[in-house]
Design a protein around this ligand. Structure first.
Ligand code: SAM
Length: 291
């Protein structure tokens, strides 16, 4: 990196070239530079690429590059990540929101949007707030109530910070701490309950070390077969849904058959397993039979 202590005239073009060389990934280098330069968008960064960086900006970039080179995931280093239409602040207290979870949120939005004139939905294990805040953002402002919950106080603090940045839709969101359905008021029924719970089997060899080394274990692992939390939620949610209400769950690619059986045994109907963008089984949904 150029010396940041006595040279204030280094341009972003030079910093971008140097960062790319240091980390060996031009797309990631560009993201790091965009965040370090406080550019509101990639286009604005490119429009100002000949501008000089300030000492503070160079120091910020250097700190991020050091973290990245130590193996920390890009998303934590940046401290922000886009999920559907919203920008989320994230750090190691929460799972990095995944593209496949955008598909899960889309299914929950589809089911909730079909209910009216009012709809009450819950996102259990909200982490950064990704699914629940996307629901609040994309469902009609009038008549929508979204509950977001987590058993982790740390995660809820991140979700609350993201809620504060959501804008007018934030008025429709309620936050609750506790384990799965127990977090919710006992007298409240829901039109849609959605969750991306932990679903990785303890000791699974399929999880990359960048995940186990950096992301919170309480967001990942769920017993010997990965199904512990899916079983708990599947069993408890049916009594908290309105007649005809939907449960929407993110699952592992090899858990589709297990979820079909599990949801049928509990009494859901119209059970479906839908794929993610990579064509892998990713969403299990089922309906509480209409009364
Ligand atoms: C896979 S992460 C999903 C986070 C977020 N919904 C997303 O999709 O990015 C699972 C979340 O469930 C939370 N969690 C784990 N056990 C829980 C429990 N018993 N009750 C509620 N939340 C729990 C974790 O703290 C974590 O935030």
């Amino acid at each position: 990196m150029p010396d940041s202590t006595d040279d204030q005239t280094v341009s972003w073009r030079a910093l971008l070239a140097e960062t790319t060389q240091l980390i060996g990934d031009s797309a990631h280098a560009r993201w790091l530079c965009e965040v370090a330069s406080s550019s509101p968008s990639g286009d604005e960064f490119m429009a100002e690429i000949e501008q000089s960086a300030t000492i503070r900006m160079v120091a910020h970039l250097e700190a991020m590059v050091a973290r990245y080179r130590a193996g920390e995931p890009l998303q934590y280093v940046l401290g922000e990540w886009t999920f559907r239409r919203i920008e989320l602040a994230i750090d190691q207290r929460v799972l990095i929101p995944r593209p496949e979870t955008e598909v899960v949120a889309g299914v929950a939005i589809e089911k909730a949007a079909a209910v009216g004139p009012t709809r009450t939905v819950a996102d259990l294990g909200t982490g950064s707030g990704a699914i629940g805040l996307a629901l609040a953002d994309e469902l009609p402002r009038d008549g929508t109530t979204v509950w977001i919950t987590d058993a982790s106080v740390d995660a809820l603090n991140v979700a609350r910070a993201n809620l504060a940045g959501l804008g007018p839709a934030a008025r429709n969101v309620r936050v609750a701490h506790g384990s799965w359905l127990d977090a919710l008021p006992v007298d409240q029924q829901f039109d849609v309950i959605v969750s991306n719970p932990p679903y990785v089997a303890i000791g699974s060899p399929d999880v990359e070390s960048s995940v186990t080394d950096w992301e919170p274990a309480h967001a990942l692992f769920a017993g010997r077969d990965g199904l512990d939390d899916l079983r708990l939620i599947g069993a408890a949610a049916i009594d908290r849904l309105h007649d005809g209400g939907w449960l929407v769950l993110e699952i592992g690619a090899d858990q589709g058959n297990a979820l079909r059986e599990l949801m049928a045994a509990v009494g859901y109907d119209e059970i479906e397993i839908r794929p993610d963008l990579a064509g892998l089984d990713r969403v299990a949904l089922g309906r509480r039979p209409p009364g």
